[in-house]
Design a protein around this ligand. Structure first.
Ligand code: PMV
Length: 324
């Protein structure tokens, strides 16, 4: 049996994080410069049924049976066996590598899950549809995030810009591929400050419970921004996106998910020429994104690095398909 590989890109949330958990729409884009990759190889030399997982970057090399049931990598593998009704898997090695920085809001967990699910299902001769790949990855996202909206697994599965709305009540989510009429450039900047999304999501929930009226109105305002951004992207009116990003950032700050350090980096990006900037993802740490003209991307990146960013990625957003 030949080795089978699959990969999945990183992602950034362009508009609508947090509000998306409460049913508002959000827009996310793939970040194709970074990827998770999985190679599955048959091991006729192993005892029957032995499944060896290797993830050298996190120092993991162990057989599936030894891993705890809530381990996200093991859960990805088991979810495919369950989905396909496989009780006696063939002996194999599953090797997981990734260039996506971990816990920085670039969707590393979702990308690893999607790559495991795709590679393994294909190795077993029963490739899964994108809808099923995303649904299985969503279940694993719950281990990382608690109550995820589903946007991360969706954008990483489809690997195109998506307009997403969580539907709830067991109904399929609304997922729309966004037509990008005119490509645009983002600088994705990692603050280097770890900030688990599960914490910011649960803090926002607490704040919403304490003042539902105020938070519902913040979420609705974000929803309106997302709708406007969708129209602007589809119409190729990129100049409208910068102010929308700035406004979305103000609302995120009101939700208490920004921080002094993120605000400082956002200011640095704007001063270096970005036409808009905001945090991306869970907030308090992790990433900011800045909208730039291609010719000022390097200047903005350098300014952010000099201001203490640990990593910057320049990425062009277009409608191109980049699944594998
Ligand atoms: O931290 P990230 O990039 O995985 O983004 C989380 C986005 C939230 O809206 C805060 C949570 C969610 O599940 O949508």
């Amino acid at each position: 049996m030949p080795a089978i590989s699959a990969s999945a890109p990183g992602k950034a949330i362009l508009f609508g994080e947090h509000a998306v958990v409460y049913g508002q729409p959000a827009i996310a884009v793939p970040v194709t410069q970074v990827r998770a990759k999985v190679i599955v190889q048959a091991r006729p030399d192993f005892p029957a049924g032995r499944v060896l997982l290797q993830a050298p970057e996190i120092g993991l090399e162990d057989i599936l049976a030894n891993l705890p049931s809530d381990d996200p990598l093991a859960s990805g593998v088991k979810s495919v066996f369950d989905e396909l009704g496989i009780t006696q898997p063939p002996a194999m090695t599953i090797r997981i590598t990734s260039t996506i920085p971990v816990a920085s809001g670039l969707g590393s967990g979702a990308a690893v899950s999607v790559a495991i699910i795709r590679a393994l299902a294909e190795f077993l001769g029963r490739p899964l549809t994108d809808v099923r790949v995303s649904a299985l990855a969503y279940e694993i996202e719950k281990i990382h995030h608690g109550t995820p909206s589903g946007i991360d697994n969706t954008v990483v599965t489809y690997a195109v810009p998506v307009f997403f709305r969580k539907t709830g009540g067991g109904e399929p989510d609304h997922v729309e591929t966004l037509k990008v009429s005119k490509p645009f450039t983002l600088v994705v900047c990692d603050s280097g400050i770890p900030s688990p999304t599960i914490t910011t999501v649960s803090d926002v929930r607490q704040a919403w419970q304490d003042d539902q009226q105020h938070f519902n109105s913040l979420f609705e305002s974000v929803g309106l921004i997302v709708e406007q951004a969708k129209r602007a992207i589809e119409a190729g009116k990129i100049d409208r996106l910068g102010p929308l990003m700035d406004h979305n950032q103000q609302l995120l700050a009101e939700m208490h998910v920004s921080s002094d350090e993120l605000e400082r980096l956002i200011q640095v990006a704007r001063q270096a020429g970005a036409s808009g900037a905001k945090l991306s993802g869970g907030g308090r740490g992790g990433n900011i994104i800045a909208l730039v003209e291609p010719e000022s991307a390097e200047r903005v990146s350098l300014a952010l690095s000099s201001a203490g960013a640990v990593n910057t990625i320049v990425t062009e957003i277009n409608s191109q398909f980049a699944k594998n």
